[in-house]
Design a protein around this ligand. Sequence first.
Ligand code: ZN
Length: 101
Amino acid sequence: MGCFDVVLLRCPTCGEEYPAQSKGAGDWDMDDTYYLSEAPDDVLTDVNRHAPFVCTCKTVFQVDVAKRLVVKLDITPEEAERRQVDYLMPAVNALLREKLN
Ligand SMILES: [Zn+2]
């Protein structure tokens, strides 16, 4: 199992593919790329770590892991970015500590 996997999500509005990174933050080295329907369960458990995702068409969405579906969220892209920052900071700090050891 690699360190970085990517799950390709389809925007529920425009259908554009959005690469959601799983396992690992701030690094685009990737080992495997999956479509949502075929991604292994252990990859999917982590797929929302950068959620909510914002498409170029401004649709905000995340993954319903149990159903393997992309679900649209009724929030603005600005609100989504605030949530990303809140959610990411502890993960980034933990990763930095790991690399220093
Ligand atoms: Zn879109």
